[in-house]
Design a protein around this ligand. Structure first.
Ligand SMILES: [Zn+2]
Length: 337
């Protein structure tokens, strides 16, 4: 159980303001729900929101509106990840499940009296990583909340959570961030590169756009456009492409593939005017889309979505990418054009 990087946790993100104000009002009125589900697309800062809220709940500043103050002892402890009443429940490694042992530890701690603040806060991130046994164990705690214990569940994929858990959480929803607001935030941080392209490619998720700009993610995504076109035109060696894809983390590869194929579907369906992930590559994408049966393209997108929704880390990467390349080749078979 450890907190993520906390250096910037207290800096409010501008697109969180409305949700923050609503929760602050409820907190001050003393009717904050026991369990919150903080949901929305990946890369809009949901975990940061949870961290800031958790910090506000343990902060001891006398003015509730000023919490988290960032200056009191509780805030220092929270920011260094050692506050005795603030617990993070996370997978041992990203992409792995949260197991029942972690929830048993949570239940034990929830039963203790609080150390300092009178509030005990648990952040479960990502909550959709809970395996079935862990989710069932958590459900019992949600059904019988102990006084002064607060559960903050964070998820980009709430559809993966059991309905029984969803029904016991009050939802705090985040939407894709408007391009103007995302651009302003990135520019204020002195980020260089094609901000608009990164924001579009991230689907309106500024933190994901930032990571993309810092880690050459945009180039990888555009490379995928070229690789798919080369495979479709039978200009690339399928095994070599599959091997190159297998070098990448499967979730990132599938997320990139989903974006490119979603753009192909939009363009294939004649939706030029609609928002694309890769607007700068629209004409290249259109050329590829023109040669593919739209129905089959939809099926391929469904398959990519299905694979992405599974926990794909357990799949053999080589088998996964060879399957994807083969599916793509059969979709783009020349005689079917
Ligand atoms: Zn404080």
């Amino acid at each position: 159980m450890s907190a993520p990087d906390v250096a910037e946790a207290l800096e409010p993100l501008p697109w969180h303001a409305a949700q923050w104000q609503r929760l602050t009002a409820r907190r001050q009125a003393g009717n904050l729900p026991h369990a919150l589900l903080i949901a929305g697309p990946a890369g809009v800062g949901k975990t940061r929101f949870a961290q800031r809220l958790a910090n506000a709940l343990v902060c001891t500043h006398e003015d509730p509106a000023a919490r988290p103050c960032g200056a009191c002892q509780a805030c220092h402890l929270a920011q260094t990840g050692v506050h005795p009443d603030l617990f993070w429940v996370t997978p041992e490694e990203p992409g792995r499940p949260i197991r029942i042992d972690a929830i048993r530890e949570l239940i034990e701690r929830a039963a203790l009296t609080t150390q300092a603040s009178g509030e005990r806060v648990f952040v479960i991130a990502p909550a959709d990583a809970l395996n079935r046994a862990a989710a069932n164990a958590l459900l019992k705690t949600l059904e019988e909340p102990t006084e002064a214990s607060r559960m903050l569940l964070v998820s980009s994929a709430p559809y993966r959570l059991p309905a029984t858990i969803l029904s016991r959480c009050q939802r705090v929803s985040f939407r894709p961030v408007p391009p103007e607001q995302g651009r302003e935030w990135l520019a204020a941080r002195g980020v260089e590169g094609d901000l608009d392209a990164a924001l579009a490619a991230s689907g309106g998720a500024p933190l994901a756009a930032l990571a993309m700009l810092e880690e050459a993610g945009l180039a990888r995504l555009e490379g995928l456009v070229d690789e798919l076109a080369a495979l479709a035109a039978r200009r690339a060696d399928p095994l070599r492409t599959a091997a190159a894809w297998a070098e990448r983390a499967a979730p990132a590869l599938l997320a990139d593939l989903r974006r490119v194929v979603a753009d192909l579907v939009r363009l294939g369906a004649g939706g030029e005017g609609r928002r694309l992930y890769l607007p700068g590559r629209a004409s290249d994408l259109q050329k590829t889309a023109d040669h593919i049966n739209l129905q089959k393209l939809f099926h391929f997108l469904d398959e990519v979505n299905r694979l992405e929704r599974q926990l794909v880390n357990n799949l053999n990467p080589q088998m996964l990418t060879e399957k994807l390349v083969n599916d793509w080749l059969s979709l783009t078979r020349p005689e079917k054009r």
